[in-house]
Every structure is written in structure tokens, then in C-alpha cells.
Design a protein around this ligand. Structure first.
Ligand SMILES: [Zn+2]
Length: 299
């Protein structure tokens, strides 16, 4: 497609990690990003965030895609796998190295824990990239405040030096870090707005910082409230959340819409999945998504 024609087109994405089946929290992010793209007459694409191949569960990528299909999601183009993008990440890393913003870090996990505040104290900043040792690569966090307006969570700001610190962009095991990978992919895929769960709100300033250093455009951001269980804990795969049962897809979709503040009418209770999608696409309003449980940038 012609790049110029594409320039104003909304492109949203859903980017699950293939680390297990779809649970309610994953479904929430899928539905929110999908309806926001539909409402903006945009494309919705899928990216498998498998940059951390150590966490990947074999077959879960296909299971996720099958579940999405069963729910009636339709996406554009091929699914992009981060594990196949290494050359692109390496190129971005080179750009950062050329700006003298990258240094090797040999600190052990124990040392980092003992340093206290959770913000990297800059221990290895003077080390040379020429050193041949087992190390991660960190990006120097400059004294720059990153501000952005989140469509749901409102205005956010974070000083990179004092509130974030130098962060890892390539891990000690040789894998590229999520923060770098996601920024490169959002740029390569021309993503205009990122709609995802609020667990990634805290990552956003780092991603915008990287975009600025790499000369990329910054998409819009929209972080959806997180689903919590009865005890108030976030529902996530790592905590053994139950997979969604596609036999209950209609009630699950209505439940998601309800959670996202869309107030699906009672007469949708007997509707089939396509009728629910039709209603949801026509009535989707991002302003209704509750930001009541706005979470602070540092929790
Ligand atoms: Zn270090």
C-alpha cells in the first residue's frame, strides 16, 4: 500500500505474549484495542510478543489465534513474531550505541537488590563496550521528563534519570529486552495508537524515550483498567488465571463490554456473537472506559 495514503490511517494492534491460553485479562485488551480500531475505521493487527523465548509455551500462539477466531475477531495481515525481528532490534541498538547512550552492566541481581531504591544507581556507566565479559546492555537515562496524555488514564509524566534510571535494552542472556522490541515493532508496523492493559502504563515513558532517541513517531496511548479477581489481585496468566471458555463467548464478550463501561443493553443477553459485535462496534465509546481505578505511575 502507498505509504502516503496510509499516513492518516488508524492502525491498532493486539500484542499478546504466547505464554499460555487467553484469559479474561487478555480478552479485555483484545476487545478494547479491536473496538477502538473499528471505531476509527482502522486496521487491527496482531503481534506475538515472544521476544523472551524463555517464557514461550509451545503451541500457545496458535491457541490464542484460534480463540480470537472463535470469538469472531478479524485482523489484517500476517501475524508478526518478535522472535523473527532480531535484525531490526540489532539495528536500533546500533543507533543507540552511536549516540554513546549504551553501556555494559555486569551487576548481579543480588547487587541490584542491595542497591535499594529500585532505580539503577549507575554503577557500570563508565564501563567500555569493548569489555569482553558476561553483561547486559543498559540505556543511559538522561535528565529528561517524558510526558504523555493517556486517553483513559490522563496526563502522565516521568523523569527518566530520577524516576526510572538506566534500563536494560539487551539482556545478559543475549535476548533483546521487551522495551526495545516493542518500540521498534510499533514503528515498523506504523501503529498510530496503542491500546493495552494498564500493567504496561509504567513502561510507556521508557518507550517514548526510546522513540525520541531513535527518531520514531510516538503513537497515542490508551491503557485499559486491569481486571482483578475477587480478592483484588490482577488476573494474569502467571497467577494461573482460567482460560476463557469459548462455549461462553457471548456472555464473556458482554462481560468485557460491561467491564469497559459500555453498558451493553439487557436485550443482548439472547444475542449471538455477531449481534453483540455489531452493537459493540456501533456503540463503542472510549470515554466510557472507567479510569476510576487510575493507578499511580509507581506502585
Ligand atoms: Zn551494572
Amino acid at each position: 500500500m502507498d505509504k502516503i495514503i496510509n499516513a492518516d490511517k488508524y492502525i491498532g494492534r493486539f500484542a499478546p505474549s504466547p505464554t499460555g491460553p487467553v484469559h479474561f485479562g487478555t480478552l479485555l485488551a483484545a476487545v478494547g484495542s479491536y473496538l477502538q480500531a473499528k471505531k476509527n475505521n482502522g486496521d487491527w493487527i496482531i503481534r506475538m510478543e515472544d521476544v523472551d523465548i524463555t517464557r514461550k509455551v509451545d503451541g500457545s500462539d496458535l491457541e490464542i489465534l484460534h480463540t480470537l477466531e472463535a470469538f469472531g475477531f478479524e485482523w489484517q495481515g500476517e501475524v508478526l513474531y518478535q522472535s523473527k525481528q532480531t535484525e531490526c532490534y540489532r539495528y536500533a541498538l546500533e543507533q543507540l550505541i552511536e549516540q554513546s547512550l549504551v553501556f555494559p552492566c555486569i551487576c548481579s541481581r543480588k547487587q541490584l537488590v542491595e542497591s535499594g531504591s529500585g532505580i539503577y544507581p549507575g554503577t557500570c556507566r563508565t564501563r567500555s563496550l569493548q569489555e569482553k565479559s558476561d553483561h547486559a546492555l543498559r540505556l543511559l537515562a538522561e535528565d529528561i521528563t517524558i510526558e504523555f496524555d493517556d486517553l483513559v488514564m490522563g496526563r502522565r509524566s516521568q523523569n527518566m534519570a530520577s524516576q526510572c534510571g538506566d534500563f536494560v535494552i539487551k539482556r545478559r542472556d543475549g535476548l533483546f529486552a521487551y522495551q526495545l522490541a516493542v518500540v521498534v515493532d510499533d514503528q515498523l508496523q506504523d501503529i498510530t495508537e496503542v491500546v493495552r492493559g494498564a500493567d504496561l502504563l509504567d513502561s510507556t515513558p521508557r518507550q517514548i524515550y526510546l522513540q525520541q532517541l531513535l527518531g520514531y513517531s510516538t503513537p497515542g496511548y490508551c491503557h485499559l483498567p486491569l481486571a482483578v479477581d475477587a480478592a483484588g489481585n490482577k488476573i494474569s496468566k502467571s497467577e494461573g488465571a482460567a482460560r476463557v471458555d469459548i462455549k461462553n463467548r457471548e456472555s464473556l464478550l458482554r462481560h468485557v463490554l460491561d467491564f469497559l463501561g459500555q453498558k451493553p443493553p439487557a436485550d443482548l443477553c439472547d444475542a449471538d456473537i455477531s449481534e453483540i459485535w455489531k452493537w459493540a462496534t456501533e456503540h463503542w465509546d472510549i470515554d466510557l472506559v472507567s479510569a476510576a481505578n487510575k493507578i499511580p505511575l509507581h506502585t
